[in-house]
Design a protein around this ligand. Structure first.
Ligand code: SF4
Ligand code: SF4
Ligand code: FES
Length: 645
C-alpha cells in the first residue's frame, strides 16, 4: 500500500491508484478533463499537472497518469504546477466559443469550473476562432463541435468501452475532429452516454434540448424500468414532464452508464393521451366513487360466482409493494386467485431461476467483467439486458472466451459488441473451471430442466427476468402459488379479473369479464374495463424493484403526477388543435390538473379497506429491511431475507 504526502497530508492508497485519485481520496480535486474513472488513462488534456517535490519521481507530472508510489511528496499548489495548468487551460479554451448562455449544457458542464480552477480567468487571445461544421448524428444526439477541448473521452467511450465503430477522431493538430466520416445516426445503442461523458457541451440530448436548465429540474434517484438489469438513473423533470434521463453510478449494477433505450425511450412517460381520470362506465368520476364501485363490483362478483372464479392480475412491472398488496387484496376478496405472469412458460422459467440462484452463484456485473469465459444461451442480449453486453465486452477484451449457444435461432436485435464462437448446444461449451465462467440466459420462457443443468455447471449465473421486476414477481408467485393468467382463463377457472398495471392481451380478455383496472398505460384492458383507476408512473411514485441478480433497489418519485404545466410539444399530440385542447385549465386551483393518479399499491390498500380487510404495511415482516433502503446506495441482495422465511 503506497504511502505518500499530498499537500502536507499523508495518504495511503491501494496499489495502482493514481496521484489524482489519491488526492481526491483526501478531498483535493485536481482540475482534469480527460480522466474518467471508467475509462482507460489517456493523459490527453494535460490539465492535471502537479509537482513532485521529493521521492521516486520528481518535477511536473500528469497526476492522472502517475501511479502513487511510496515516498512521493506531491504539491498541487506549487507555482510551477499552477502556471502550467493555467497555460494549458488557456490554450484548451483558445477556440472554445464561450457560448454558455446558448449551450444546452450550460449549468451542468464542467468547463467553467475547471477553467477557473485551472487558473485561466482572462482571455488574452484576440485571433479568429477555428470553427467546425456540425454533423447530424441521429434523433438522439446533437453535435456542437466548436466546444470541444480534445479530451478524447468520447472516442474512448464510444470505441474502446462500447465497441462502436462508426464514430471516431479525425484530423490533426488544431483541427482534430470528433464525429463520423459521414453524417448519419450513431449506430451504437450506447451512444447517449456521450452526453454524460463529454465534459463540455459538444454532445447534448436532442430529445430534451432547451426545455429547462439544470437548476430547474426536479430529480431523484431512480431505477430504469426497461429490463431486469435495473440500471440506476436520474430522470430529470420540469413542470410535470420528463425531459431527460441520465445515468447514475452504481458499481454493483451498471457502473456509470446506461443504454439508449433507458435514455431516449421516455415518450410513454409524457403520453398526452394517458388516461388520467377515474372512469365509471365510460364517464369520468371521483376517485373514491371509482374505488367504491370497484369494491362493490368485486364483492358482488364473489357473492355470485365464488372468490375462486375471480383473479387479481399484476405484472412484472408492478413495484414490489404492489405485488405484496396484490396478494392481500385477493385475500380480502375472500381468497381470489392471483396472477403475476401472463403465460405459464414465463412463470415456470422465472420461478425456476429464483430457486436456483443464491448469494454465491448469482453473478453481478463485476463477475461478468472478470469472467474467463461467458456463455450466452439463446438470448438476444441487446434486447434483454443491453448493459450486460458491455460487461461481456470488458471480459472479452481481457481475454475471456465468449460462446453463443443456439444463437442462430434468434435473430440478434443488434450486433453484439464482442466476438463470440457460435455453438449449437450447451454441451459444446467447456465448463471446466466453472468458477470463473458466467452463463447468461433469459429465465422467462426457458425450460426449468435446462436452467437446472446450467446451474449445476458450477459457473456463475445471470438469468434475466421478463420485465423490470420479474424477480419479485417470481418470488411472490411462488409464495402465493399464483397461476399464470392464460392458464386460468383457457381452462375457464376464472370468469372475472381485476387488473393492476397488467398487460393482458386482447385474446384473453374475450373470455373473461374485466371488473376493474388500475393502470397508467392505455391498452385494451383499460378500454374494456367498466371501472378505471389511473395510477402513477414509476417517475411519480416511490417503490422497490428487484433486479435479475436478486438486488432490491428503491426508486423515488421525481415528479408530481398531473398534466404537464406547459403542455407538450404539438408534435406529440398529432396536431396543434389537440395540443391546445389538452392544455391544463388556466384557472387557479389547489389540486394539480389531471393529478388524481394514485400509486397502484395505494389503490389496492383502499380496495382492501372497502372490502373490510386489514391493510398491512407492504414492506413489513421479512421485507422490513427494505423499508429504509438507501436510494443512493448499491441496493441489497434479498437471498438472506428470503431464506429467513
Ligand atoms: S467531444 Fe467532448 S468528449 Fe470528445 S474530445 Fe471533445 S470535449 Fe472531449
Ligand atoms: S440495460 Fe436495461 S435496465 Fe439498464 S439502462 Fe438499459 S434497459 Fe435500462
Ligand atoms: S486529466 Fe490528466 S491529462 Fe487529462
Amino acid at each position: 500500500m503506497p504511502k505518500l504526502i499530498i499537500d502536507d497530508i499523508p495518504v495511503e492508497v491501494a496499489p495502482g491508484t493514481s496521484v489524482l485519485e489519491a488526492a481526491r481520496s483526501v478531498g483535493i480535486t485536481i482540475p482534469h478533463f480527460c480522466y474518467h474513472p471508467a475509462l482507460a488513462i489517456a493523459a490527453a488534456c494535460r490539465l492535471c499537472a502537479v509537482k513532485l517535490l521529493d521521492g521516486p519521481v520528481k518535477g511536473i507530472q500528469m497526476s492522472c497518469a502517475l501511479p502513487a508510489q511510496d515516498g512521493m511528496v506531491v504539491s498541487t499548489t506549487d507555482p510551477e504546477a499552477l502556471k502550467m495548468r493555467s497555460l494549458v487551460i488557456e490554450w484548451l479554451m483558445l477556440n472554445h466559443p464561450h457560448d454558455c448562455p446558448v449551450c444546452d449544457e450550460g449549468g451542468e458542464c464542467l468547463l467553467q469550473d475547471f477553467t477557473i480552477a485551472g487558473g485561466h480567468s482572462r482571455r488574452r487571445y484576440q485571433g479568429k476562432k477555428r470553427t467546425f461544421q456540425n454533423q447530424y448524428l441521429g434523433e438522439g444526439i446533437h453535435h456542437e463541435m466548436n466546444r470541444c477541448i480534445e479530451c478524447y473521452r468520447c472516442v474512448r467511450f464510444y470505441q474502446d468501452y462500447a465497441g462502436g465503430t462508426d464514430f471516431g477522431v479525425m484530423g490533426s493538430a488544431g483541427r482534430v475532429y470528433f464525429g463520423r466520416f459521414q453524417e448519419g445516426p450513431l449506430e451504437s445503442p450506447f451512444s447517449g452516454n456521450l452526453v454524460d461523458i463529454c465534459p463540455t457541451g459538444v454532445f447534448t440530448d436532442k430529445t430534451g434540448r432547451f426545455r429547462a436548465r439544470y437548476w430547474d429540474y426536479q430529480f431523484a434517484p431512480s431505477i430504469c424500468q426497461h429490463c431486469s438489469v435495473g440500471c440506476n438513473t436520474s430522470p430529470q423533470n420540469f413542470q410535470r414532464e420528463t425531459i431527460k434521463i441520465v445515468g447514475r453510478r452504481n458499481d454493483q449494477v451498471n457502473g456509470w452508464f446506461i443504454c439508449d433505450r433507458a435514455r431516449f425511450d421516455k415518450g410513454y412517460l409524457n403520453d398526452p393521451q394517458r388516461p388520467r381520470e377515474p372512469r365509471l362506465d365510460g364517464a369520468t368520476c371521483g376517485y373514491d366513487v371509482a374505488i367504491d364501485a370497484a369494491a362493490k363490483s368485486i364483492a358482488e362478483f364473489v357473492r355470485k360466482n365464488g372468490a375462486d372464479k375471480l383473479a387479481f392480475v399484476g405484472s412484472t412491472r408492478l413495484s414490489l409493494e404492489g405485488m405484496i398488496l396484490l396478494a392481500e387484496v385477493a385475500k380480502a376478496a375472500g381468497g381470489a386467485r392471483i396472477c403475476y405472469f401472463e403465460d405459464a412458460t414465463q412463470q415456470q422459467g422465472s420461478i425456476a431461476a429464483i430457486k436456483l440462484l443464491h448469494e454465491e452463484n448469482a453473478a453481478y456485473v463485476k463477475d461478468i467483467e472478470q469472467a474467463q469465459w461467458v456463455s450466452l444461451h439463446a438470448i438476444d442480449l441487446m434486447e434483454e439486458g443491453p448493459m450486460l453486453a458491455l460487461a461481456v465486452r470488458k471480459a472479452f477484451l481481457a481475454g475471456a472466451q465468449i460462446f453463443l449457444v443456439g444463437g442462430d435461432t434468434l435473430p440478434p436485435h443488434q450486433a453484439l459488441p464482442f466476438k463470440y464462437t457460435a455453438v449449437e448446444t450447451l454441451d459444446q461449451v467447456p465448463f471446466e473451471g466453472g468458477g470463473k465462467g458466467v452463463i447468461i440466459c433469459g429465465a422467462g420462457g426457458k425450460d426449468p430442466v435446462l436452467l437446472a443443468e446450467m446451474a449445476s455447471s458450477g459457473a456463475k449465473l445471470v438469468m434475466l427476468q421478463p420485465g423490470p421486476n420479474g424477480f419479485a414477481a417470481a418470488l411472490l408467485a411462488q409464495e402465493h402459488a399464483a397461476i399464470p393468467l392464460a392458464e386460468v382463463v383457457s381452462s375457464r377457472q376464472v370468469r372475472g379479473v381485476v387488473c393492476f398495471e397488467a398487460d393482458v392481451p386482447e385474446v384473453l380478455l374475450s373470455d373473461v369479464e374485466v371488473l376493474a383496472t388500475a393502470d397508467w398505460r392505455r391498452g385494451p384492458v383499460a378500454e374494456k374495463s367498466p371501472i378505471f383507476l389511473p395510477t402513477t408512473t414509476w417517475v411519480e411514485s416511490d417503490g422497490t424493484a428487484i433486479n435479475y441478480e436478486g438486488r432490491a433497489q428503491c426508486f423515488q418519485r421525481s415528479r408530481v403526477a398531473g398534466l404537464p404545466l406547459k403542455g407538450l410539444d404539438p408534435k406529440y399530440y398529432g396536431n396543434a388543435t389537440e395540443a391546445v385542447a389538452l392544455h391544463p385549465p388556466r384557472v387557479h386551483r389547489k389540486d394539480v390538473p389531471g393529478g388524481t393518479e394514485r400509486d397502484a399499491w395505494q389503490v389496492m390498500a383502499q380496495v382492501i379497506e372497502r372490502l373490510g380487510g386489514e391493510v398491512p404495511e407492504p414492506l413489513s415482516g421479512k421485507w422490513h429491511v427494505l423499508k429504509n433502503l438507501d436510494p443512493e446506495g448499491e441496493g441489497v441482495r434479498i437471498f438472506s431475507i428470503v431464506a429467513e422465511e
